[in-house]
Design a protein around this ligand. Sequence first.
Ligand code: BGC
Length: 441
Amino acid sequence: MSRVRRKAAAVFAVAAVLAVSACSSNTPTTTSTNSGAATKNVQVFTWWAAGGEKAGLDGMISVFKKDCSQYTFVNAAVAGGGGDKAKTLLANNLKAGNAPSSFQAHAGGELSDYIANGQVEDITSLFKAAGLDSAFPKTLVDQITVAGKIYSVPADIHRANMVWVNPVVLKKANIDPKKAPATVKDWIADLAKLKAAGVATPLVLSKGFAEEMLLESTLLGDLGVEKFNGLYDGSTKWDGADVTAALGDFKALVSYSNTDRETMDWDAAMSKYLMPTDVATATGGYQLMGDWVPAQLLSLKVPDSAYTYWPAPGTDGVYQWLSDSFTLPKGGTNAAGAQCWLKVVGSADGQKAFNLVKGSIPARSDATSAGYPAYQQWAMTQWKSSKLAPSLAHGSAGPGAWNNDVQTAMSAFSANPDVASLQKTLAAAAAKYSNWRSTLG
Ligand code: BGC
């Protein structure tokens, strides 16, 4: 067990004891604002509106239709990668007392926002009654537990630090698409080779969270996992010289990307540059993106043989994880129906139907890799053997407000790539949110 895992497991052990003592046999008490026919509706809010993401949600819905046939699924998905639009709309709806039956939230800091705001129910009893307390890895249960109480049901584990590669484009500079550059600097050298060979978009990049993911992978690759994790627990300084050097590498990486990056989301950038319908016309070499990519490519009928992938340079052996989970909002519509949905989310059948086509792996520890596409089979073995790092871009490392500040800094940097001012902003954001855990009960 790595140090990171050992530490998380130890925290979990305390949380678990508290969870048991806090637990009662009652089901959560949520008042439904719906009555009569409307109570059949279970309105589920996500940002999985198209492509591989929608395919994953549809898989889960198919199990809901079977196991919760007394209810009607109402899809309240709002498009926008990483939930950029969905999260703002959700925050407004929750404030206005207009909660859905259940909504998607990342395990970790992002979920803690809703807990701190008193917007989600304690579902410890439901969790235990469905046997979920022993179904998930301890490290993950820790991320959905605050003061001994559990607030969501995890659906999956995704990996953020992945690079997707177009072999046809790399061939133009005689670069082996299967071999990951060992370090960030080696990757920059390959990007320069592609550019010299006439490749228009060596690195495919898109707005907001994608730029933040590239930033986090660069920090992870350059600093190593222990120091990287320290950026989020306060033990590594954001204004240190090693961060300055990593931000210099980040600047170099961005300089090899498409200049229209601020105008498009990850999936549009992928289809425009990395994997257009006619792959032979691709002008993009690499795209750093989470492993919802294989699902997207599957939904676009791109064969596995058309691309390769590897962990971001310098991050081999580290799983920068994130987990989508589902909540029971306070005052949400149809609490009983929502609980049926949550049981499906946590069930072996629900997780299989979802993860098979979402690119992610099941959050449940009892899942086997049989029947999964090659990518997920590989990911399952990686998940078991890797050290863990969290992601701010996808909620596992810190609260949403911190993430928003970093994304604002990303678009400022995209317009004016100044390392010193970026580092100042990142250090200020870290200082502003460093105590977020202490705001929780
Ligand atoms: C979610 C994934 C989703 C991705 C892109 C992430 O924040 O966890 O489920 O596929 O955003 O929208």
